[in-house]
Design a protein around this ligand. Structure first.
Ligand code: C2O
Ligand code: CU
Length: 476
């Protein structure tokens, strides 16, 4: 229904939306759910992050990131995917509990859409919050196939912010085809910011592809200083919806001159928590707010050693302030640094009782040492046992990280509660992606109430491709 030119003209996204059915034209009709339609065309297009010349990325509707999908809780989303790529593809709705056949996991929930083919995704959107959509076939996400998906709550917010920005955080290798085609690779076992990898295995033969060494970090498809600054006015309360769409990179973010107040993680509200540094792993989302009470030009930046001038940065600029240079945050010891363990639910959550006794599965995460494979319980997906969860029973996944890398573990089709021994269960936060730190343990609980085969994996795309994945079967 809408063509790609409309999308290419920026700023018309809202006008390009179709509304179908459900809207009462008079007060007599009963308002049904609103159906929101759009077409996503996956294709190969030149992109320019700014500064470094252009290269070919894989995009939705020729844009990087793909068009923002903004819905209201209760809407029905109907997306026609058209594949103009040279490979089969899918779309996954990260963090949304959709019916299994709409989940978009190539080879698990659907046959990938062949070049020239189409697929219709349609499902009700029941959760409010910050989400995103991305290809779920191989390493395609790391070529640019992602976009934000924002769901506004059905009931008006009690304290809506004065201004809001959606920021997608992206790691880039500026070569045609992006990260998966990068000639520079990180040897297994190397830490972030460590030695630059030499020419590595690019995935030939039996070995999985190694992580690329990224040379650019972008916010909404632009690398600093080439993107627009985030304009604010003195006195405003500003919300940032932060989405880490990076294939590999974990960011420790800080905004110079302003503490951040965490209000949501993975779309779910938490009790407001102030922090100066916020860690964001691939697949995670955080909504934060700050009070614009310190006029100037400031940088929101990531403290990733070794990235130097190429690090992830974006400017926050007060209107009417003149100043030569924006001020970067200083990552000095003593900054406050809230993690998920400092968060609690915004309101106590009544326990959702399951049938029967529930199950517990131990998930030992390892790999990366002298090997390019990453494993759960020693198994390399797809040669892995499925975890079985009878419908409506409770499941606990107990992670034990025996590797030298952190792993953002993500579960499809459900959200989980993060088991926090320091809190009563009613206060455990709800998420769908949890960073399991090096050498750490963590556990999550969920009610297996969505039937189907659900992917469960590390959201470091190269770990996922190298085996760190499994599936949960929810059935009667
Ligand atoms: Cu963001 Cu398995 O997905
Ligand atoms: Cu991992």
């Amino acid at each position: 229904m809408l063509d790609r030119r409309q999308f290419l003209r920026g700023g018309l996204a809202a006008a390009a939306w179709g509304l179908a059915g459900g809207w009462p034209l008079s007060g007599l009709a009963k308002p049904g759910p609103r159906v929101r339609e759009l077409t996503l065309i996956a294709g190969v297009t030149p992109v320019d992050l700014g500064g470094g010349g252009s290269f070919l990325a894989w995009t939705y509707n020729g844009r990087l990131p793909g068009p923002e999908i903004r819905l209201r809780q209760g809407d029905i989303l109907r997306v026609r995917l058209k594949n103009h790529l040279p490979e089969p593809t899918t779309v996954h709705w990260h963090g949304l509990a959709v019916p299994n056949l709409m989940d978009g996991v190539a080879g698990l929930t659907q046959k990938p859409v062949p070049p020239g083919g189409e697929f219709l995704y349609e499902f009700p959107v029941t959760q409010a919050g910050t989400y995103f959509y991305h290809s779920h076939r191989g390493l395609q996400l790391d070529r640019g196939l992602y976009g934000p998906l924002i769901v506004e709550p059905a009931a008006a917010e009690v304290r809506p912010p004065d201004r809001e920005y959606v920021l997608m955080l992206e790691d880039w290798a500026r070569v045609d085809g992006g990260g998966p085609n990068s000639p520079r690779r990180r040897p297994p076992g190397m830490m972030m910011g460590g030695m630059m990898g030499g020419m590595g295995r690019g995935g030939g033969g039996d070995e999985p592809p190694l992580e690329p060494v990224y040379d650019a970090f972008a916010v909404n498809g632009r690398a600093y200083p080439h993107g627009p600054a985030l304009a604010v006015r003195q006195g405003e309360r500003v919300r940032l919806r932060l989405i880490n769409a990076s294939a590999v990179s974990i960011y420790d973010l800080s905004l110079a001159g302003h503490p951040l107040v965490i209000t949501h993680t993975d779309g779910r509200p938490v009790r407001p928590q102030t922090t100066q540094v916020l860690r964001l792993a691939p697949g995670e989302r955080y909504d934060v707010e700050f009070l614009a009470d310190n006029p100037g030009r400031w940088l929101l930046a990531s403290n990733n050693l070794g990235w130097g001038e190429n690090g992830l940065r974006v400017e926050v600029a007060y209107q009417g302030v003149r100043r030569a240079e924006p001020v970067p945050p200083l990552f000095r010891p003593g900054l406050s640094y809230a993690t998920v363990w400092d968060l609690r639910a915004a309101r106590p959550q009544p326990p959702r009782a399951g049938r029967g006794r529930g199950r517990e599965y131990r998930q030992v995460l390892s790999g990366g040492m002298h090997s390019a494979w990453w494993t759960i319980n020693g198994q390399v997906w797809p040669r892995a046992d499925y975890l079985f969860a009878p419908i409506d029973t409770r499941v606990r996944l107990k992670y034990l990280n025996r590797s030298m890398m952190p792993h953002p573990m993500h579960l499809h089709g459900h959200s989980f509660r993060v088991v926090n021994p320091a809190l009563e269960p009613a206060w455990w936060v709800t998420k769908d992606t949890l960073l399991v730190e090096r050498g750490g343990g963590a556990a999550v609980d969920f009610l297996a109430d969505n039937p189907g085969f659900w992917f469960h994996h590390c959201h470091n795309l190269y770990h996922m491709e190298a085996g760190m994945a499994g599936a949960v079967e929810v059935s009667a």
